[in-house]
Design a protein around this ligand. Sequence first.
Ligand code: RIB
Ligand code: CA
Length: 318
Amino acid sequence: MPQVWIDTDMGFDDLAAILTVAAASDWPIAGLSLVAGNAPLDIVEGNAARSAALFAWTMPIHRGAAQPLVAELVTAQNILGANAMNSLARELPADGIALSQVSAFDALTRYLDQSPEPATILALGPLTNIAAVLQSRPGLAKKIGRLVWMGGSAVGGNHTAAAEFNAAVDPEAVQVVLDAGVALQMVGLDTCRQVRVFSSDVDALRAIGTERGDVLADLLGGYVAIGSAGVGAMYLYDPVAAAAMVLPACATFKPAYVVTELTGQHTRGMTVVEWRVPRRATANAEVATTVDEAAVRKVVLDALTQAAGTRAGLGDKQ
Ligand code: RIB
Ligand code: CA
């Protein structure tokens, strides 16, 4: 059975994405590697350790990069809150599990080295950890069978007008991954914005009546309150990439040539997508173009319901 390695900067949407994978019985999680992004690494570590305690995760969790390859760290705490997990009330439990003593760099290097077949990686934050491994061991690129990444954008940005956050935090890492010839499946901001969560989804989680359900409801409520999709509505990001992996039929990808802007005063971190392949350029990635909102909502919300401790499905409620 294939496994998946997840690299994450552990905001709420990262948690929802990991729970989506955890609910998919045919995708065991080999390990988590943590990267600074949504918040500084120590907060990311705390979110991961406390999530693992609440949801009884058993996969090893490894500390990764505290800084981008060359840039100074910028975070999303101004949007997501100081702990990158705004909440209406309840928080993750105070005590988390013990993280592995093995660094993300060593753990991911060993995992790729020893993987009997090309590995699947789901990346939910800046690509710093993965780029560092590839810079050290370029030959490991061929041991990555598929890198599904929530990041970049074919049209527009969120961190800036031009750049999506995960790409903007570490543009050099994105270009290292592109140059390494990794089989990248980019699930960009523009495509993720085809999927929304609503206040009604918060109510449905709360109606379950379990402690985990109440925590998830308050965290989802804090996320929906960001309101980028309108009052009582928010776009889903990382869970869309997770859904594209566990439910391939929910997403459509097209080949493209992607390059990262590294020097533009106003455009640094922009992922420039050239669709005219092979006429104008040779494809170096598959870029998601459409996703089925209803299908993604169902697989994600059913996973949150399962994590909350009940089996009733939520995904069909709009
Ligand atoms: O732009 C959205 C991405 O930035 C998501 O991965 C979210 O968790 C933040 O890291
Ligand atoms: Ca993330």
